[in-house]
Design a protein around this ligand. Structure first.
Ligand SMILES: [Fe+2]
Length: 424
């Protein structure tokens, strides 16, 4: 097999690969698929036309066939820019462009029939006197349109990489320049490579844009979740007159405690950035179960009776259920479980004497263990309708005594280490 036949075969195989890929690719609309297939089929056709024209031995009876096939392949190249633009949804001045290419094709065909642009005779193929006028002017205009369209298409994307566009153009020009100089050339291989590079490049840009759109959508969902959490927290606040500031302060305490623990290497494998941000965001929901506690108990300005206290205790288990019920199907399971754990287990005790399940030690989710310390610490230093506030030092002392009994001793150690940060 000779050199040119190998180049031709390579071009056809590359285009066949792209056609098969595009045909089987599920990320395109039907229209896009058709435009891309038309682009790659055109390159394959132009390469085949050139190969046939060069390899067909001239006979007077074949003159018209050779003329037409050559006109088609020469006119086919500038058309690729239009086809590619179609694949990317750009139909800039479509009618004007269609008219231009129709006139171009007609002019080339007429000129070719008279032997003005190229001639087929016993000497084979030769250029006619108008060759450079036809291809030098008309096709340069077409090429300019192709390049302009590529830039126009490139600008549509948020992520632009001009180096890749330059690379595609270099390959294209490197293939087209020899076309004007050599009869046997690598024009169509260059065009095939450029078309493939364009495809990869533009497809990549489209993917990047759609990923960004996806990210923005997720961001919106997260914003909605946050709004929902704050809406629910406000609901608790409106019921329990004293928990308003408590909700805001405990949110700050859990964040501080988690960050300090992470910095000190305590549970640092669990305390990822996502964990801390979820904890901070969802902490306001810890007492969500209180919406099911009757007003007379929730707002009683005195100590609760045993029976009332039992009713109050139910807010933990109920909280877990409320969170799951309200958030079910609205957000991912991770998020719901995290919120439910905080609401359900924030009254568990390290020694197993807490409620609702009497879980012990690390059986209690870490988020709830952190929440427990923040919750109690804030309750201690705050004034309640049934008690005076403890001083900061007294509250710290209580936490120290309760380490290993009510609270996770490791977390209390972190709290004591950084207690000054909790003072403000
Ligand atoms: Fe609670």
């Amino acid at each position: 097999m000779d050199y040119y036949a190998s180049i031709f075969l390579l071009t056809e195989l590359l285009m066949l690969a792209m056609i098969l890929h595009v045909a089987g690719y599920s990320g395109f609309t039907r229209g896009q698929k058709a435009w891309y297939l038309a682009t790659f089929l055109s390159v394959a056709f132009c390469a085949a036309a050139e190969f046939i024209a060069l390899r067909t031995e001239y006979r007077p009876s074949r003159a018209l066939f050779l003329t037409i096939i050559t006109v088609l392949q020469f006119s086919g190249v500038p058309l690729l820019g239009v086809l590619f633009s179609g694949a990317l949804g750009i139909h800039h001045r479509g009618r004007f462009v269609a008219a231009f290419f129709a006139v171009n094709l007609l002019a080339e065909t007429v000129a070719a029939c008279f032997g003005w642009v190229f001639r087929f005779d016993d000497a084979g193929y030769s250029r006619g006197p108008l060759f450079f006028v036809i291809y030098g002017i008309l096709d340069v205009i077409s090429m300019a349109y192709l390049i302009r369209n590529m830039i126009l298409v490139g600008r549509r994307f948020r992520h632009k990489d001009t180096r890749t566009i330059a690379m595609v153009l270099v390959v294209l020009i490197a293939g087209i320049v020899p076309m004007a100089v050599f009869r046997v050339n690598i024009t169509y291989l260059a065009i095939a490579i450029s078309a493939t590079l364009c495809y990869i490049y533009f497809n990549d840009l489209m993917q990047q844009d759609s990923q960004e759109d996806l990210f923005l959508k997720q961001q919106r969902i997260t914003d909605m979740q946050t709004q929902m959490v704050f809406g629910m927290a406000n609901l608790i606040e409106s019921r329990d007159l004293e928990t308003g500031q408590h909700i805001a302060r405990t949110g700050l305490y859990v964040k501080l405690l988690a960050e300090k623990a992470k910095a000190d290497g305590v549970y640092s494998d669990q305390l990822t950035d996502r964990f801390i941000s979820l904890l901070t965001m969802l902490a306001p929901l810890h007492d969500i179960g209180k919406i099911l506690v009757p007003d007379r108990i929730l707002q009683k300005p005195a100590r609760l009776t045993d029976e009332e206290y039992e009713a109050m205790k139910r807010h933990a288990a109920e909280g877990g259920r409320v969170v799951r019920k309200v958030m079910f199907g609205l957000t991912d399971e991770d998020y719901v479980s995290f919120a439910a754990d905080i609401a359900k287990f924030h009254h568990e005790r390290w020694d197993g004497s807490g409620y609702p399940e009497g879980r012990k030690g690390e059986e209690i989710p870490l988020a709830a263990r952190i929440m427990a310390i923040a919750d109690v610490f804030d309750a201690l230093v705050s004034e309640r309708c049934y008690k005076e506030p403890f001083s900061f030092d007294e509250a710290v002392e209580i936490l120290r005594t309760e380490a290993g009994r009510q609270f996770d001793p490791e977390l209390v150690r972190v709290f004591l280490e950084h207690k000054k940060d909790f003072l403000s």
